[in-house]
Design a binder for this molecule. Sequence first.
Ligand code: HEC
Ligand code: HEC
Length: 418
Amino acid sequence: MRKTVMAGLVLSLGAALALFSQNTEAPYPPAQGEAPAAFDGQTNGLADQPTHAADQVKFDEIEQISDGLGPLYNAQSCRECHQNPTSEGGSQTAELRVGHRGANGQFENPSIPINELQERVPDTETIQATRMSVNLFGDGFVEAVADQTLLDIARDQCHSTHGRICGQVLYVPILEAPGKTSVGRFGWKDQHASLLSFAGDAYLNEMGITNKLFPDEITLLCNTVSEPNDTPGADGLEDIDRFARFIRATKAPPRDAALAETPEAREGSRLFDKIGCNTCHVRTMATAPAATVINGGAFTVPDSLGNKQFYPYGDFLLHNVDTGDGIAVAMEEHYGKAATKRTWMKFSYQDLQTAANKVRTAPLWGVRTHSRLMHDGDSLTLTDAIKRHGGEAEEIREKFRRLKPMQKEALLTFLRSL
Ligand code: HEC
Ligand code: HEC
């Protein structure tokens, strides 16, 4: 049966100085190569092409009840929500997240037992929000960015704006390295730092398929297949290992090169920096050197991802731009039942709550492929999305508002080239 909130009752469920001195070409930290960018379905070199193609078959595969699908699920394949313009892209799918505020004013997950299989959100859950699907292109490079780089960006951003824009860093559990954490960078709430952890989370919460990182079903109602559902194949790899390898091996979203070269887009690009959009939508970033051990010791940056410069137009940090949904990252849903009983280095429940009204800066690479914008998908035009920026971004939004019509149009043309 289709679930309409997610687990826990998700019912269905550096910017080093260079960056701020407008020298937008200087990467942070310095890099030796460029991350390849294209929507061509080809590997970035992390896996060979036949392996990459075979991993895609897994990512695109429609799962069956005999594979462990359900009992509750949002979709039957990763591709259902990640497919535009090719497998791994975003989609128009939005998910519903709900909860309520407890006696102490803090966000709490729904407290209704999932076994009642609510088809509709009960009145008790007064916080309701939708979250758009996102694209996964180039995420291997994002994963390979050193924690220190994100910490430096946060520090420099706060310093250069005299405390007006200070992205929050969130340390999150690396499930394949129990007890270890890293700086979160994936999901609208930065709820994960590791693509393998995210793949395990998605396999359970989107498709109901238990795996080595998420061994507990959300409900045992109608459960017929033995646990965990995701078991190793002949090569010792489970589906979630293949999903993670598939995502790590994809190229970054490419620019629309023809549009990017027009005088109008170039002028828009200049204005984007001039009014300070790049304070949060950081243009250039670089990965850690090859052989750097990340993800709490569970992953070593390979040559194909090491020391590569890429252009995310995002800082992967959490900001309050007045669009917050009040929902804090849920421990059990995103990190599994066992995680709630364990101690995680540098992890703080208070930090999760502090971030309840913050959203990760949407990386703008590939934004031309998104038909609905912002975490909730409520903005249908780029102008609407920009107008919704308040809070930390208010001053910069006002600078946008004061641009001449032709300058606004140029900035939008630049965004359409991303
Ligand atoms: C029902 C729709 C749906 C399905 C199916 C789905 N996803 Fe997602 N995915 C989303 C949404 C929505 C988000 C953003 C979630 C959020 O942050 O709240 C997301 C985010 C992600 C991210 C974070 C990417 C980033 O850059 O922040 C990864 C990785 C991911 N999904 C992997 C997967 C994998 C692997 C599968 C299959 C096991 C999968 N997803 C299945 C909807 C889906
Ligand atoms: C204080 C940091 C900050 C500044 C400054 C900022 N943004 Fe954003 N931007 C964000 C955050 C955070 C989001 C996601 C908000 C959400 O989803 O609720 C976002 C989302 C967006 C989106 C939607 C992208 C998508 O895929 O949904 C666009 C477009 C955008 N910003 C453009 C701009 C432009 C243009 C400027 C300069 C006028 C700007 N931003 C300045 C933080 C910032």
